[in-house]
Ligand binder design. Sequence first.
Ligand SMILES: [Fe+2]
Ligand SMILES: [Fe+2]
Length: 223
Amino acid sequence: MRAWFRERYLDLLGSIYIYNEHRGYTAIEQLLAAVQTRWPDDHPLIAKIDKHRADERKHYMMFRRWFERRGVMPLAVDRTCGHIDRFVGIMFGQRIDDLDQATVVNDDRLFARLCRVISLTEQRGYRQIEVLLRNPHVRSDRMLTKIFRIIEQDEPSHWAPYDGWLEAHGQRNSKWWEQLIDSYIHSELLMLKLPVLLLSPRLRRRTRWADERDPRPVLAAAE
Ligand SMILES: [Fe+2]
Ligand SMILES: [Fe+2]
């Protein structure tokens, strides 16, 4: 029973992470294109967001290799397990895919809101990694522990560009109710969705890797 639980827990944890990493870098690609259009000469900001995009893609690939090593595909979790999907949905009343990033980036008030959403999501991610690195199931898997340690190191540079923009433009930092929404989404995932999915036998595996359908990056630096 204990062995079954460990396998299932790690399987699900990896599946939720690989979903979120893929969602992260694909959404940042759109954001980067919009930022490059609005501030073509702000090379430091563009470079920082591009680094963020590249890191999230690197994280995605690390989880992909982890699954390849296990010889299974990730479980097919969907956007209900995506922290940023839920956050954008609540804050903008739209799915990320439907969000017109150019309109958001061209409006200081909307861009500030998006910066706060990304920054809170990344800071939440950092705190969660610290918790996971103390988890005995995670620690029993050397490769997964190594992945989380790399993410832990990368994470602080992920909220920096957005916090930097907010500070430079005199937009105040996250509001109490935005922090409350962030906590709500996190507890909902942890207390409600995770236990349900753990015991859900009907949860199928993906049949294809998410990155197989990635559009070619338009403006991002080639890798
Ligand atoms: Fe990541
Ligand atoms: Fe991140």
